[in-house]
Write a new protein. Structure first.
Length: 634
């Protein structure tokens, strides 16, 4: 059983036991097998761990990162003890026992705050966009927490794998809604908006540019809920709303001024494509409004801001303040009335949701005067409404096509699923799915079915490999047993015992029960050797009783070879050696005496007799040999 261990800042936080029968996904999604915290740079499905003759880990995310030995890679073939990292996490691939418990960790799953709308305050998120020397956006970090360090060290919260970055380049922190930055004494220095960044804390503003060599890091603070609120407004287009008309018969109906929420924004917030936030429309039933699309309210909210920021509106306001002539006043009474009537018609058409006709009427007014009342604003609102309708139609058509594609894929997947249990090949599955793969080769249902087929094929291959390996191991044990038999048959009973013991100690499969046969062979050999040893002992005692100490000693030597640990035989040999030495001592001293009186031949005869009666291990046997060599008799 293998295991993947996950570390954060050197501390083991999770372990994942893996089996060759399936694949494992590592990321921050709740569906992952090993769930990571939503750290910057961690994708929902970041890594895939799979088995194909060897364990392999590979990057799933388009912008995901994977490192080993300080190198950025897309995949790694894992060996036991292999280490790899996805900053700020480190991983270790280990071999463990099957019953080793999994170390759990309450990994905080990602909370999708963008799915929630909080009235009265926007949801602020901080991002760092990293651009390389070519201007390509290579990283996007979402900052969470209160303190971050950027650099080339894999332990950094903001890990940037670029050689010009120091291991720890700069540090950022958040205090009471404000964001600060300082350089950490980096080698190449850090620029903030083109100026050298000191090692003291400096305030950051949304849109600031942080530069290290020829790479740029853009600091952005966003309202995460803007896009959703705007999408929600589009979804409510069909709700009715109305504008109150003036009591004057001559004046066109002015649009109500928008009522704004008092949002308390932070100092550095960038709000997205349109910084206009309006109060949600009042329910038509409560307000007693005529049927008009609810989006008008939102457009009016934005239009009010447009109106006070457009040149035409500003010009009219200034002209009124200074008392200068209004272009409308220069028209004849007939044309003035025509402009008023046309404006009323345009306003009415707009309220009815007939935006293209309203825009055409406004165009007629602008042929005569640059602006009239809120004509510029109304024209812009009509343009936005028309584009919104076009976008909605495109989205509906896209949704219809997506539904049709989903239905086709679902039907085909159900049709092809039985192939999993028919021992079919991956090629057969590809042929079955061929008509829908072209629609979306990365569709989750298609990918999931292929993954299941791959798992089935892997299990099938593993079973075949295990069967082949089992048969190979059975043959290896049998070969060990047959080798032990050949040693025994050669007559080497002592050598056969360790050979048969090798059969017993082997952990290889034993379907033929060779281990029991080997034990039986050893018992038989040991019994035969014991009987042989006893025979040698009896023969030695017979020789001893006859006074043949040499034969008795040498016979016991042969017995000792059968069982070198027999202390009885060792003791008996020691006693016989003592007696033999005493006898030989007398012969040797007689020879020395005869040598001293010149009877060398007689002395040599004594020494030769010692060599006949004694054994090479005995002391006087050795001395006699030296004497005889000196006289050239050997």
């Amino acid at each position: 059983m293998a295991q993947v261990r996950c570390y954060l800042k050197g501390e083991l936080i999770q372990t994942l036991e893996v089996d060759q029968g399936r694949e494992y996904i590592i990321g921050r999604a709740d569906s992952c097998d090993l769930i990571l915290n939503p750290e910057p740079g961690i994708s929902r499905q970041h890594l895939k761990l799979s088995w194909n003759q060897i364990w392999r880990v590979e990057v799933l995310s388009r912008y995901g990162e994977l490192y080993t030995d300080g190198r950025k890679v897309s995949s790694i073939d894992l060996a036991l003890g292999q280490k790899f990292s996805v900053p700020p996490y480190d991983f270790e691939f280990m071999d463990v026992t099957a019953d080793q418990p999994l170390v759990p960790m309450e990994a905080s799953s990602e909370s999708d705050f963008s799915d929630k709308t909080f009235v009265g305050a926007p949801q602020i998120a901080v991002y760092l966009k990293v651009f390389n020397e070519l201007g390509d956006n290579v990283h996007i970090f979402k900052l969470e927490g209160h303190s971050w360090i950027a650099g080339r060290d894999t332990s950094c919260n903001i890990f940037i794998d670029y050689q010009k970055f120091s291991r720890k380049q700069f540090e950022m922190r958040q205090e009471e809604g404000a964001y600060m930055i300082r350089d950490l004494g980096s080698s190449n220095g850090t620029l903030l908006n083109g100026q050298a960044l000191p090692q003291e804390w400096t305030t950051l503003q949304s849109g600031d540019q942080i530069q290290v060599s020829d790479w740029v890091v853009s600091f952005e603070v966003r309202d995460e809920s803007f896009e959703q609120r705007w999408a929600g407004v589009r979804d409510l287009q069909r709700a009715p709303v109305v504008f109150e008309s003036s009591n004057s018969e001559n004046d066109p109906a002015p649009m109500n001024a928008p009522q704004y929420l008092n949002y308390q924004h932070g100092p550095n917030v960038a709000y997205g494509p349109n910084p206009c936030y309006g109060q949600p429309p009042v329910s038509p039933k409560k307000a007693g409004l005529n049927p008009v699309r609810l989006i008008i309210m939102v457009l009016v909210i934005g239009g009010a801001i447009f109106y006070f920021t457009q040149p035409a509106a500003q010009s009219e306001k200034v002209a009124q303040q200074k008392g200068s002539a209004n272009p409308f006043d220069k028209l004849s009474p007939e044309k003035q009335q025509y402009v008023k009537d046309t404006y009323r018609l345009a306003d009415s058409l707009f309220k009815q949701g007939r935006y293209e006709l309203a825009r055409q009427e406004i165009a007629k007014i602008h042929e005569l005067v640059p602006f009239f009342q809120e004509s510029k604003n109304l024209e812009q609102l009509a343009d936005v409404a028309i584009q919104t309708q076009i976008d909605q139609q495109k989205a509906e058509e896209k949704e219809r096509q997506a539904r049709e594609m989903e239905e086709k894929i679902a039907v085909k997947v159900v049709e092809c699923r039985p192939l999993l249990s028919r021992k079919a090949s991956m090629e057969a599955l590809d042929d079955c799915l061929g008509s829908v793969v072209v629609l979306n080769p990365d569709h989750p249902e298609i990918v999931n079915l292929k993954m299941k087929m791959d798992a089935v094929l892997t299990q099938r291959s593993i079973a075949a490999q295990r069967s082949a390996e089992y048969q190979s191991q059975v043959r290896r044990r049998k070969a060990i047993y047959e080798k032990a038999l050949s040693v025994l048959n050669s007559g080497d009973q002592l050598g056969a015992i360790p050979a048969f013991e090798s059969v017993i100690k082997s952990n290889l499969p034993d379907p033929e029960n060779l281990k029991a046969l080997a034990r039986r062979q050893i018992n038989q050999i040991q019994q035969a050797l014991a009987e042989s040893q006893s025979g040698f002992q009896r023969a030695a005692e017979d020789a001893y009783r006859k006074g043949d100490l040499k034969t008795a000693y040498q016979t016991l030597q042969r017995a000792l070879k059968i069982n070198a640990d027999n202390e009885v035989i060792k003791g008996r040999m020691k006693n016989i050696m003592i007696e033999l030495r005493k006898q030989m001592q007398g012969y040797y001293q007689e020879g020395i005496l005869e040598e001293s009186v010149g009877e060398v031949e007689s002395a040599k005869a004594k020494w030769k007799k010692i060599r006949e009666l004694s054994v090479p291990e005995e002391e006087y046997y050795k001395k006699s040999t030296i004497k005889l060599k000196r006289y050239g008799s050997l």
